[in-house]
Design a protein. Structure first.
Length: 231
């Protein structure tokens, strides 16, 4: 028996083929909860019997000597090895961290002025006042200050659910977006090189919500096509 990743995947595929060949009526779709007992649990990469291979596939491996029966398509595309999913999450986390560093540079380091602003000119606490000003101005200033703030947190709203275990709620993403934006505005106020604006917090929060909506849309499409199952 081969002990490498290929051997483990081969055994899993063989078990699925065995289970799916019993009767035509007994074929299983993604997400169904029927189980098929197998003679032995198959260790994957020497990790023993993990309770679940990941957030986005429906397969649970080695739960008391049983393996959930799945359509072979899901097994081949999303049920390979635990390490694959761990690497995927690690990559998403690194991508989010890199974007966070870019965000710090754009909002705190890249100054619009070389001199510190006086305290009375560092903040705007009137909701939608700045938005109204830039809507009247139009042009590139409107694009940068309004559309830019509506876009800048979209990656956070999209990537955050991908690196968390379990379901990530809309409220959680909104709270994280609002809190992070508020922190940035407070730092801008105390450093004095940028204007802390309540409208930026509002637009950034909406931006995070848009990112989460895009994530849910993509995930819904994956559910519809059978690529993923609802956890």
């Amino acid at each position: 028996m081969r002990s490498g990743p290929g051997g483990a995947v081969g055994h899993l595929r063989e078990n699925i083929r065995r289970a799916n060949s019993e009767t035509e009526q007994d074929r299983f779709r993604v997400g169904q909860n029927k189980e098929q007992s197998f003679p032995a649990c198959i260790p994957i990469q020497g990790r023993g019997c993990p309770s679940s291979v990941g957030r986005y596939d429906a397969m649970e491996v080695c739960q008391s000597g049983t393996v959930k029966r799945l359509d072979a398509y899901v097994l081949v595309h999303f049920g390979f090895l635990v390490g694959t999913l761990e690497l995927r999450k690690t990559f998403m986390a690194l991508l989010l961290a890199g974007y966070g560093l870019l965000l710090v540079y754009l909002t705190l380091i890249l100054h619009h002025t070389s001199q510190r602003l006086p305290p009375h000119s560092r903040s705007n606490l009137v909701i939608l006042r700045t938005v109204g000003i830039f809507l009247q101005k139009g042009g590139m200033e409107m694009v940068v200050n309004i559309l830019g703030n509506l876009a800048v947190f979209i990656p956070i709203g999209f990537l955050l659910p991908l690196i968390r275990t379990g379901r990530t709620s809309f409220g959680f993403v909104v709270a994280i977006s609002a809190g992070l934006s508020l922190l940035i505005e407070l730092l801008q106020f105390f450093t004095g090189y940028r204007v802390a604006d309540i409208d930026d917090v509002l637009l950034n929060t909406i931006s995070g919500a848009i990112g989460y909506a895009l994530f849910r849309t993509v995930y819904w499409m994956m559910l519809r096509t059978g690529v993923a199952t609802d956890p």
